[in-house]
Design a protein around this ligand. Structure first.
Ligand code: GDP
Ligand code: GDP
Length: 437
């Protein structure tokens, strides 16, 4: 399923720069949502026309002696040991250092396929920079300049050479009558309680989907005559209290589940507000463009006052995803589940709705007439026609001129206009702007 690529290297060689280059979402609007933390070390690369893969920036592998928290180092190692390919990033200006040597030793022991990425080769002799590292004995090596995006395509080619053939392709289904749902959220929000509740109720007709992957298992389920596939439910089942490092590593499982689902249900703990970890999980779902339902769990345990507070907090903190329905549930008591599934259906229907070119063009025309974009340096952007270009999320290509001058505000206006006109709930909406007729 979702392959994993690990960035390994000493501090300051350009790992996080490379991470951003690889995982930057095409959709700047999604990327810059206020309130979504960008401080995270997992992301998904979605190169045009190629299968997606997860990327982890391991931060620091070596150097734990110099004060790097043990848990961080353990987590980094765990991620690298699981990776399909390791990108060993070094600084082409400074050449090999003692710390690089140490990391190399460690990488040799892991036996993971490794590409040596000699970074910061902008403005210097790239070949000479590469030669400095010949003694590392890594035949797979490449010169790049991450901050200039130089060599990134060649690097991607190296990466794909190490990934399983079609292993990256999400299980885009076999069975269109089933909605693929992933219940995601930080630890302890109630995911396994919810899934066990659902499966307990429906035990007779729930069945495991034969293993497709390393250690994720999906489960097929029916409820009220509708069919679902719960993605990566094994990851949700209560394990024995695992090592902190491994717990952290479950960010990868979340990404993998999101990749395979159509609707992501993000669980929050109503009694605890919204944490940074919640925001990170949300941002994963947003980046993937999945249909989204927010389930505020543990509603049973709250007093009237707490409920009011939780409600206020939600509308304040989740304003940037106000298109997603928020449902209050109690996994423990099984309340709110009917509403939850109704929201899942509405989100799925919106995400997979089909559009005709004429209705999309018409919508753009009306949006434009109602509220033309402001003049920028004496010119106005013109939107001439548009057509649908995909679903989950609904994607629209708009053709016109000076479209680059459209502000984020205007793009949001267009998005909201479409939501209203086509009654879309629970799904992101994407626009691709193409210059020219
Ligand atoms: P990390 O600690 O390995 O994650 O490194 P960072 O990504 O934070 O980069 C460290 C510094 O190197 C930053 O100041 C970057 O702007 C700079 N840097 C990253 N990539 C390049 C590059 O390709 N060329 C140059 N000249 N500088 C770079
Ligand atoms: P997970 O880590 O997201 O799978 O969370 P669990 O399902 O293991 O739940 C964590 C804790 O929250 C457990 O002690 C559950 O009993 C409790 N919990 C889960 N759902 C609810 C709920 O709806 N109400 C209350 N009061 N507690 C809940």
């Amino acid at each position: 399923m979702l392959p994993l690529v690990a960035l390994v290297g000493r501090p300051n060689v350009g790992k996080s720069t490379l991470f951003n280059v690889l995982t930057r979402t095409r959709d700047a609007l999604v990327h810059d949502e206020p309130g979504v933390t960008r401080d995270r070390n997992y992301g998904v690369a979605r190169p045009e026309g190629r299968p997606a893969f997860a990327v982890v920036d391991t931060g620091g592998i070596a150097g734990e002696d110099e004060g790097l928290a043990g848990a961080t180092a353990r987590q980094a190692r765990a991620a690298a040991e699981e990776a399909d390919v390791v990108l060993f990033v070094v600084d082409g200006r400074e050449g090999p250092s003692a710390l690089d040597d140490e990391i190399l030793q460690w990488l040799r022991r892991t036996g993971r396929p490794t590409v040596l990425v000699v970074n910061k080769t902008d403005g210097i002799d790239a070949q000479q920079a590469l030669n400095e590292f010949v003694r590392y004995g890594l035949s797979d090596r490449i010169a790049v300049a991450a901050s200039h995006r130089h060599g990134v395509d060649a690097l991607l080619a190296r990466v794909y050479a190490h990934l399983p053939e079609e292993g990256a392709a999400p299980v885009l289904d076999e069975d269109p009558t089933r909605i693929r749902v992933a219940f995601i959220g930080r630890p302890n929000v109630g995911k396994s309680t919810l899934v066990n509740r659902l499966l307990g109720e429906e035990r007779m007709i729930a069945s495991e989907v034969p293993g497709t992957t390393r250690d994720s298992v999906s489960i097929d389920m029916e409820r009220d005559g509708r069919r679902y596939r719960l993605i990566d439910t094994a990851g949700l089942r209560r394990r024995s209290r695992v090592d902190e490092a491994v717990e952290k590593f479950s960010a990868f499982k979340t990404l993998a589940a999101i990749e395979q689902c159509q609707v992501a249900v993000v669980l929050l703990d109503g009694s605890e507000g919204i944490t940074d970890q919640d925001a990170t999980v949300l941002s994963y779902a947003l980046d993937a463009g999945r249909a989204l339902v927010i389930a505020v769990n543990k509603w049973d345990g709250l007093t009237e006052y707490q409920r009011d507070q939780a409600q206020a907090l939600l509308s304040r903190k989740l304003g940037f995803v106000d298109w997603a329905e928020a449902v209050r549930i109690s996994a423990k008591h099984g309340s709110g589940l009917r509403e939850l599934f109704a929201a899942i259906h509405r989100a799925h229907a919106s995400a997979t709705k089909e559009f005709s070119t004429s209705e999309v063009t018409r919508a753009v025309e009306i949006a434009y007439e109602t509220n033309p974009p402001p003049t920028v340096r004496g010119h106005v952007a013109k939107m001439r026609f548009a057509h649908p270009a995909g679903s989950n999320p609904p994607t629209f290509v708009v053709h016109g001129t000076r479209l680059r001058t459209l502000s984020d505000t205007y793009r949001r206006y267009l998005e909201n206009f479409f939501r209203k006109r086509f009654k879309l709930v629970g799904t992101p909406v994407r626009f691709v702007f193409k210059e020219g007729a």
